[in-house]
Design a protein around this ligand. Structure first.
Ligand SMILES: [Zn+2]
Length: 122
């Protein structure tokens, strides 16, 4: 069973790791953008690399946002409460996904018109 202290430690470590990864990816991207390869084959390969880096950076950015969201929830004492239905998120799910802000039941459903962000803001 995950406690709030464990969750905080795990989430802070995760945020630090993701922030570092994002910085490295952005650094990679800048370096790739600056160097223009001479040959067509090299250019094509550089473009593919940029796409891979962009996708990784985007995924990392989303994971970072999700981790921050969970930390915000901890901060206001809402950790483990589903942002969609307001129910408890199971300990098993939090154990597996400490940054989860939605219960397994809600995640399995298609996204409603209301986003997680608007729930938090409201
Ligand atoms: Zn829910």
């Amino acid at each position: 069973m995950i406690t709030e202290e464990t969750a905080l430690a795990v989430l802070l470590a995760k945020r630090a790791e993701l922030t570092q990864r994002l910085l490295e990816l952005e650094d990679d991207r800048r370096r790739h953008g600056a160097a223009i390869p001479a040959g067509f084959a090299e250019q094509a390969s550089a473009c593919e690399n940029d796409e891979v880096i962009d996708r990784l950076a985007e995924a990392t950015r989303l994971a970072l946002m999700q981790t921050q969201r969970a930390l915000d929830h901890l901060d206001i004492g809402h950790y483990g409460v589903c942002t969609r239905c307001g129910g408890r998120i199971s300990f098993a799910r939090l154990d597996a996904v400490p940054e989860a802000t939605e219960c397994a039941g809600c995640v399995a459903q298609p996204n409603p018109a209301q986003t997680t962000e608007s729930v938090i803001a409201g």
